[in-house]
Ligand binder design. Structure first.
Ligand SMILES: Cc1ncc(COP(=O)(O)O)c(C=O)c1O
Length: 384
């Protein structure tokens, strides 16, 4: 008998947190596993405008490319400007943007490079596009180098005639690492040599800490025309349920992306786009997410250090990827389970973020986009 589902769908990795979530919820545990924002607070003007937009009757299809106002606001927010009419498409979250990019750029059998560890949806989306993932292991932080580092030789060896795209993520989930100009220039050189497109997930571009600016692939001249950028308002504006993201690319690609996007969703929620377009979306006064989250990062880092975990301090994003070997001999699943049983706090096991389970077994991922109250409660449960 033929399998009921496609081979592509069958290859999507199974989310294996579900069981833990059910257990955690039934016990009223504090969830530090998922990235759903509890902080910052959703900006009040966005909520007010959304209500007004619904009441005003903006309840039908928007043009698939997205509302003009929101495209303009997003395009104007980049360090290297984009044309909102020809280079930007509003998508249903960064999640759809990634799928549209992959479906538009790669054919079944093509190779797509992923930096490992990675956000787990990258692998599922590559599989769904029928492409083959090629993993490049980031070197773990150690005494000589506290960063997650790309190994230039391993990176160079990953490129070949079958390579069609490389997925980057800066700042990254789960490591919090940002890619340096040197790393991006090396990637540019290899992409040029092998004619490869960069798909850069920059959904955490607004969550970069310690007064550092976000370095986008579009700010690197050698990458600008080779890159497409996946973006999102989910975390920066704490509207993950609104499902507003975007895809930035040069005009010829944008034309194709918009066609594919008509097939995948035909557009994001019209009243929510309208609301986002009517507020000062990126006004420093209304967007203090990075400052708030850097304090939450510091608080979370202190708790984890006191638990005996070690980690690279995230430069951006909303996660800490912590090595548990200083605290336990268990693998991450047993450790997560024990912390849940003992302290009623849920952490995420590291294995889904690594191609090699053996590497992932030593890590947990901790989300810190939480309120000071939640973190204080987590502290008292974890460090009684
Ligand atoms: C790296 C990365 N990209 C994309 C997403 C999904 O973003 P969105 O809510 O915009 O679909 C997430 C969510 O956790 C993420 O961590």
């Amino acid at each position: 008998m033929r399998p009921a589902v496609s081979a592509r769908a069958g290859r999507i990795p199974k989310g294996n947190l579900a069981e833990l979530f059910v257990l955690a919820r039934s016990r009223g545990a504090i969830d530090l596993a998922v990235g759903t924002p509890e902080a910052p607070e959703t900006p009040r003007p966005l909520v007010e405008e959304a209500v007004r937009a619904l009441r005003s009757g903006a309840n039908q299809y928007e043009f698939p490319q997205g509302g003009a106002n929101v495209r303009r606001a997003i395009a104007a927010s980049f360090a290297t400007p984009a044309d909102p009419d020809t280079e930007l498409t509003i998508t249903v979250g960064g999640t759809e943007a990634l799928c549209v990019a992959l479906f538009s750029l790669v054919d079944p059998g093509d190779e797509v490079i992923l930096l490992d560890p990675y956000y787990e949806n990258f692998l599922g989306a590559v599989e769904l596009a029928g492409a083959r993932p090629w993993f490049v292991q980031m070197r773990e932080p150690g005494p000589d180098d506290p960063d997650w580092r790309l190994d230039p030789e391993e990176l160079a060896a990953a490129f070949g005639p079958a390579t069609r795209a490389i997925v980057l993520n800066t700042p990254a989930n789960p490591t919090g690492q940002t890619l340096t100009i040197e790393e991006l220039e090396l990637i540019a050189e290899l992409c040029e040599r092998w004619d490869v497109t960069v798909i850069a997930d920059e959904v955490y571009s607004r969550l970069v800490f310690d007064d550092r600016p976000h370095l986008s692939v579009t700010d690197v001249p050698a990458l600008r025309d080779r890159s497409v950028v996946v973006g999102s308002l989910s975390k920066s504006h704490a509207i993950s349920g609104w499902r507003l993201g975007f895809l930035r690319a040069r005009p010829e690609l944008t034309t194709v992306f918009r066609r594919v996007h008509e097939i995948t969703t035909n557009g994001a929620a019209a009243p929510l786009q309208l609301a986002a377009g009517l507020t000062d979306l990126f006004d420093a006064g209304t967007l203090t997410a990075a400052k708030e989250l850097s304090q939450a990062r510091d608080e979370t880092a202190d708790i984890l250090t006191r638990m005996g975990l070690t980690f690279r301090m995230p430069q951006g994003g909303c996660f800490i990827l912590a090595d548990i070997r200083g605290a336990t001999d268990e693998d991450c699943r047993a450790y997560v389970r024990r912390v849940l049983d003992r302290s009623s706090v849920l952490l995420a096991p590291g294995t889904p973020f690594f191609a090699d389970e053996e590497r992932g077994r030593n890590y947990v991922r901790v989300a810190f986009n939480r309120t000071p109250e939640t973190l204080a409660a987590a502290r008292s449960r974890l460090l009684p």
